[in-house]
Design a protein around this ligand. Structure first.
Ligand code: HEM
Length: 330
């Protein structure tokens, strides 16, 4: 029997290693998954969001956040969309989502529009990924080819949502650990935090920075004093805890790189935002500086990091199902 020469062994081994790597990094998703079965799905999603933006300039921000909160809990499987029922404890009632996550009605509108064209084909998990891309590109940010082929979970994980989604009061090292736990690195962390270039946050999620930071009786020292005065007007002591401030005070509804220049001038809204630039010696500082000075670099990294986040543990093949109503299992 002829033995394999070293070069052919090398080629074969590289091929199999390459195949394994592809399998892991692309997680079996691809950009043409619906090109025969629902070729217009991206346009359908985009149209519904464009309509919704007319009456709610915040909706794009709310939709991308749903994809993030979905992917960080047992992967991008639309588990966040399931309502409570007798046996299922909804992720919607987990601390990071309750009275906070929004846009579920628009997801249902998108699903209805998609079902009208291609019944039973497109998963709710893929709708969230497509909605995230449309929301960014319609707001002035980058476009990218969304990888598709995810299927929908039959369960939710409320406890997982409570523990896996980062909180705005956490340290940079805790937040980094939560990203690492789902296979994302600090480049992904800084790029994806740039999504706070649009959308809003409630006073209750940052007001401790304004009056009594870490029990000091004083405001967060890493907060610009003029910006502090503005935020105190929006969130007076003993005022409404649900009043809203723009995450990016300069261009609140536009997807641009101003989020990063805000951090450089101590005008990040959340503690977790400002920590990316103000934590002494942090590796995130130079990434903030790069994205602040080069919007193209930010847009490129953001698109790649959205693909990385969208690849977190999808259900594929015969796992999960294609829900016909995103709110409940079939
Ligand atoms: C790095 C850790 C992160 C923390 C601690 C965090 C925390 C928060 C908090 C506290 C809010 C305000 C929620 C409210 O007021 O009800 C918020 C809003 C938002 N987050 Fe994050 N976030 C993080 C990462 C991300 C990522 C990775 C994305 C997307 C890629 C994202 C997208 C958004 C958007 C767009 C909003 C505004 C939503 C709206 O206006 O409805 N965030 N985030």
């Amino acid at each position: 029997m002829k033995t394999l020469s070293f070069p052919s062994l090398f080629v074969l081994t590289s091929f199999f290693l390459g195949a394994i790597q592809l399998h892991v990094s692309n997680a079996q998703l691809n950009a043409t998954f619906y090109s025969n079965t629902c070729p217009n799905v991206s346009a359908i999603v985009q149209n519904v969001i464009q309509q919704a933006l007319q009456s709610d300039p915040r909706i794009g921000a709310s939709l991308i956040r749903l994809h993030f909160h979905d992917c960080f809990v047992d992967g991008c499987d639309a588990s966040i969309l399931l309502d409570n029922n007798g046996t299922l404890r909804s992720e919607k009632d987990a601390a990071p989502n309750t009275n906070s996550a929004r846009g579920f009605d628009v997801v249902d509108k998108i699903k209805t529009a998609v079902e009208n064209s291609c019944p039973g084909i497109v998963s709710c998990a893929d709708i969230l990924a497509l909605a995230a891309e449309s929301s960014v590109s319609l707001s002035g940010g980058p476009s990218w080819n969304v990888l598709l082929g995810r299927r929908d979970s039959k369960t939710a994980n409320q406890a997982g949502a409570n523990t896996s989604i980062p909180a705005p009061f956490e340290s940079l090292s805790n937040i980094t650990a939560k990203f690492t736990a789902v296979g994302l690195n600090i480049n992904d962390l800084v790029a994806l935090s740039g999504a706070h270039t649009f959308g809003r946050a409630q006073c209750r999620l940052f007001s401790s920075r304004l009056y009594n930071f870490s029990g000091s009786g004083n405001p967060d020292p890493s907060l610009n004093t003029t910006y502090l005065a503005t935020l105190r007007q929006i969130c007076p002591q003993n005022g409404s805890t649900t009043a809203l401030a723009n995450l990016d005070f300069t261009t609140p509804n536009t997807f641009d790189n101003n989020y990063f220049s805000n951090l450089q001038t101590n005008q990040g809204l959340l503690q977790s935002d400002q920590e990316l630039f103000s934590t002494p010696g942090a590796a995130t500082i130079s990434i903030v500086n790069t994205f602040s000075s080069n919007q193209n670099a930010f847009f490129q990294s953001f698109a790649q990091s959205m693909i990385n986040m969208g690849n977190i543990s999808p259900l594929t093949g015969t796992n999960g199902e294609i829900r016909s109503d995103c709110k409940k299992v079939n």
